[in-house]
Each structure stands twice: as C-alpha cells, then as structure tokens.
Design a protein around this ligand. Structure first.
Ligand code: PEP
Length: 254
C-alpha cells in the first residue's frame, strides 16, 4: 500500500509576513488533522526556505525546494543559484525538478532535469519529477508517449535503481493554473502508463513508486482524484497558498 503525498508548490509568491502567516496556519491546520497515511510537504520560494523550515519545526509538514542548481552539487561560481547541498543543509527533504514552467521559461531539457535529479539524490533529497503533455500534444493523441518519454529519459540517465527514490508528478500543462483539471479517468490513464513504462525497467519499482497528479487540484476535486488506483497524491499550486484549502486536500487523501 503506497502512502499518499501532498506537496504544495508556492511558486514565486509571498512576502515575509504572508509566508509566516501561511506556515503558522498550516502548522496548526495540519496538526489538527492528525494525518496517518498522508505526508504533507511545502515548497516555498528559496529565499524563504530557512524561515519556513524553522516555522514548521516540530510539525509533520516537511519542506522542499522548487528548483536546484544543475551545474554544481555543492558550491561554486554560479550566481543566483542554490545547490542541492545547501537545501539539504537547511533540512529540505524534497525537490521539484522539470516543472513545466521551468521547461518552458528556462528551456530545461530532459538532460538538465536528469542532472538535477542526480544532484538531489546525492544529497538524500527526494526528487519530484514533473512530467506532462501540452494541449497540442494531447489533442494529437500523443499524451501517453510524451509523458512516458519524459520518464524514460530520466531513467536512462540516472538508472532504475536510483529511480526507486524518485516521486513522479503528472501535470498536464493545459491544467496548470487554468482551473481546468484532468478528469480522474484521464489522469488515471496517464498514471497507469507511467507505471507501465517504469515496469519495463523494474516491476517492483513501478509498484512502489508514488505518482502524484497536479493541475488545478483543490478541495472540491481532490477526493475523486485520490480515489483512482494509480494516483498517490497531488502537487498543488494555487490552492496551496490557502492553508484551509491545503488542509482539505490533505484530509481528502486520508
Ligand atoms: C503546479 O504549478 O504545479 C500546479 C499544479 O499549479 P495549480 O495547482 O495552480 O494548477
């Protein structure tokens, strides 16, 4: 039985005041839920990582990174970047890689995404590998091939043994921040294809790995998504900025 995992991606939002208020509200909200089979994680902007780690210390909510430097694992002359080692030293346990916004606005290729995965793994941080098709690719009937290709590209570089420690997040690009959610059946079809792709390398890894759904998940649609066999949680954007909404999503996963 796979545990459920709910990850909030705060993206580039928040001020010192609002981030503090959100972390405090989450800390009491999630605590009251007394989650048993669900893990909750938040990924603040990196400038707030240390503060959020401190604010959430002693709660069950873990902290993750939204992005990580590809060029070096520890330190070096890479202005503006934050290394996997730096996130690890702050206590981060998860790191997003390959989010569609990074692929689109920063031109991140599968090769770069694979390097970032490897850096996070080297620092004992669980990479959350985001994959997903565009609307044009879905309309062309290519969704399953595109997504399986993105997953396979990473396995080919880091190896299937390492992939056991990776979480996959299926995020159809057309459903991110649009209010348009994939139907539970559409999401399930892709999640099953991802598991089948991984099973082509190793069936035990395929069965154990967590596959999250992301794309306009909110309190109102979470339960029906989590009821699907291969959906093991959610990567939440907009709704993660509202502590109450995030708690409803976490509760729906129990
Ligand atoms: C995301 O950015 O990962 C995401 C899923 O955003 P939203 O929930 O706002 O669609």
């Amino acid at each position: 039985m796979r545990r459920k995992l709910i990850i909030g991606n705060w993206k580039m939002n928040g001020s010192p005041q609002s981030v503090t208020a959100l972390a405090e509200d989450l800390s009491s909200g999630v605590n009251n839920l007394m989650l048993g089979s669900v893990d909750a994680v938040v990924c603040p902007p990196s400038v707030y990582t240390a503060a959020v780690v401190e604010l959430l210390a002693g709660t069950s909510i873990q902290v993750g990174a939204q992005n990580v430097c590809a060029e070096a694992l520890e330190s070096g002359a890479f202005t503006g970047e934050v290394s996997a080692q730096m996130f690890a030293q702050l206590g981060c346990k998860f790191g997003l890689v390959g989010h569609s916004e990074r692929r689109e606005y920063y031109g991140e290729s599968d090769a770069v995404v694979a390097t970032k995965c490897a850096h996070l793994l080297a620092q004992n941080i669980t990479p959350v590998l985001c994959v997903g098709e565009s609307l044009a690719q879905r309309d062309a009937g290519d969704a399953l091939d595109v997504v399986s290709g993105q997953v396979a590209a990473i396995i080919e570089v880091i190896g299937i043994a390492q992939f056991l420690s990776v979480v996959v997040a299926y995020e159809p690009v057309w459903a991110i921040g649009t209010g348009r959610t994939a139907s539970p059946q559409q999401a399930q079809e892709v999640h099953a294809a991802i598991r089948q792709c991984v099973a082509g390398y190793d069936s035990v890894t395929a069965e154990r790995m967590q596959i999250l759904y992301g794309g306009s998940v909110k309190g109102a649609n979470a339960a029906e998504l989590f009821a699907m066999e291969d959906i093991d949680g959610a990567l939440v954007g907009g709704a993660a900025l509202d502590a109450e909404e995030f708690c409803v999503i976490c509760k729906s996963a129990e």
